[in-house]
Write a protein that binds this ligand. Structure first.
Ligand code: NAP
Ligand code: MG
Length: 397
């Protein structure tokens, strides 16, 4: 390696898996260069969360990071860890600094079949992570009266539109988005399409929402025409816009293998649907991509708290490390691409192949053994599974 990757350690069961993955699958094979940041809750608390901000800046500097799952504190965690403050979600902090979009993609393996028979390749879901109903202002209208929306420019005359003349009680909601955020979302999607060689689909409800959703559609189209069309043509890729209703029908009938960009609410709902339909939360990867092409890889699941408490009691756990392994392989492959190190990218491919081949040979963690279509699967604990992957990996390398 010539440039370091930014390594962000985390919490609970995934922190245990993190070390095992490094010791068994990375360090024996790669002359690893990484800049280490401990995002475990204790150290975040000790540094007043400065470590999270520093890690995000390091990703901006080096371009590639890999992150372990971390606890987002709530009241129970305040107590459990005696925290000074209820620190914000590290993912939120990093996303805000990188101005990025999160792409979630399932890992497909023989024996864990999608519920939708036509799906042959992963569907990557890109959710716009700013605004709309998540930053809305709402009001309960107690009785008859008029509701208006008013825009007061910094200089100039106010403008208003009538929302509704209520004849009785009701409800209203005012929501917004910004051109800057939508532009950045569009660029992240087009960058990621190029980087993973996949078509990009975007859907919204522009036929009904002629100003709001239509602006999303227009911004995507303008950025595509002006900045990406030629590169997409050269790569044999396309950008495709369709109404959300039509998109839902097409997604179900498709073979997969594309990026589906969604507005905030659509992305929230559709990502849960797509993830579940592909089989398992433990097999979802997640990558944060910034509009200027910085990448942060992680597993989509959390710290698997329930398993950690068993582990602390000295019990063996069968926690699935595959999504975390793929976070490492994703980051190392990207580093290999950026630094022109084919052997590093080759290592990433071999690591993924070894992880999946062990599953396809019938050996897997409990979560997969419960849903596999393979006959007589053998259930391994996390360590046994990682040892089996290490053995295959040595063979392949
Ligand atoms: P979770 O860690 O995703 O786990 C929820 C349940 O899903 C587990 O109890 C387990 O089911 C199953 N599961 C998830 N990942 C698995 C894996 N790799 N192998 C096997 N089973 C797996 O969610 P949580 O327990 O609700 O949240 C724990 C902490 O994670 C929270 O503090 C939350 O803040 C944090 N979190 C972090 C991130 C992130 O850093 N990106 C994302 C989400 C949540 P069974 O118990 O049935 O075996
Ligand atoms: Mg959701």
């Amino acid at each position: 390696m010539t440039t370091p990757i930014v390594e962000m350690d985390g919490d609970e069961m995934t922190r245990i898996l993190w070390k095992m993955i490094k010791d068994k699958l990375i360090l024996p094979f790669v002359d690893l260069k990484s800049e280490y940041y401990d995002l475990g809750l204790e150290y975040r608390d000790k540094t007043n969360d400065q470590v999270t901000v520093d890690a995000a800046h390091a990703i901006q500097k080096y371009g590639v990071g890999v992150k372990c799952a971390t606890i987002t504190p709530n009241a129970a965690r305040m107590e459990e860890y005696q925290l000074k403050e209820m620190w914000k979600s590290p993912n939120g902090t990093i996303r805000a600094i990188l101005d990025g979009t999160v792409f979630r993609a399932p890992i497909l393996v023989k024996g864990i079949e999608p519920y939708v028979r036509s799906w042959k390749q992963p569907i990557t879901l890109a959710r716009h992570a700013y605004g709309d109903v998540y930053k809305a202002s709402e009001m309960k209208i107690p009785a008859a009266g008029k509701v208006e929306m008013v825009y007061t420019p910094e200089n100039g005359e106010p403008e208003s539109v009538l929302i509704h003349e209520f004849k009785g009680p009701g409800i209203v909601q005012g929501m917004h988005n910004t051109v800057k955020s939508i532009e950045s979302f569009a660029r992240c999607c087009f960058e990621y399409g190029l980087s993973t060689h996949q078509d990009v689909w975007f859907s919204s409800k522009d036929t009904i929402s002629k100003k709001y959703d239509h602006t999303f559609k227009d911004i995507f189209s303008e950025i595509y025409q002006n900045e990406y069309r030629d590169r997409y043509r050269e790569e044999g890729l396309t950008y495709f816009y369709t109404l959300i209703d039509d998109a839902v029908a097409r997604v179900i009938k498709s073979e997969g293998g594309f990026i589906w960009a969604c507005k905030n609410y659509d992305g929230d709902v559709m990502s849960d649907m797509v993830a579940t339909a592909f089989g398992s939360l433990a097999m979802m990867t997640s990558v944060l991509v910034s509009p200027d092409g910085k990448y942060e890889y992680e597993a989509a699941h959390g710290t698997v708290q329930r398993h950690y408490y068993q582990y602390k009691e000295g019990k063996s756990t069968s926690t699935n490390p595959i999504a975390t392994i793929f976070a490492w392989s994703g980051a190392l492959r990207k580093r290999g691409e950026l630094d022109n190190l084919p052997s590093l990218s080759h290592f990433a491919d071999a690591l993924e192949k070894a992880s999946l081949d062990v599953v396809e040979s019938g050996r897997m963690t409990k979560d997969l053994a419960m849903i596999t279509t393979l006959q007589n699967p053998q259930t391994l604990n996390s360590e046994e599974y990682l040892d089996a992957v290490a053995e295959k990996l040595s063979e392949y390398l």
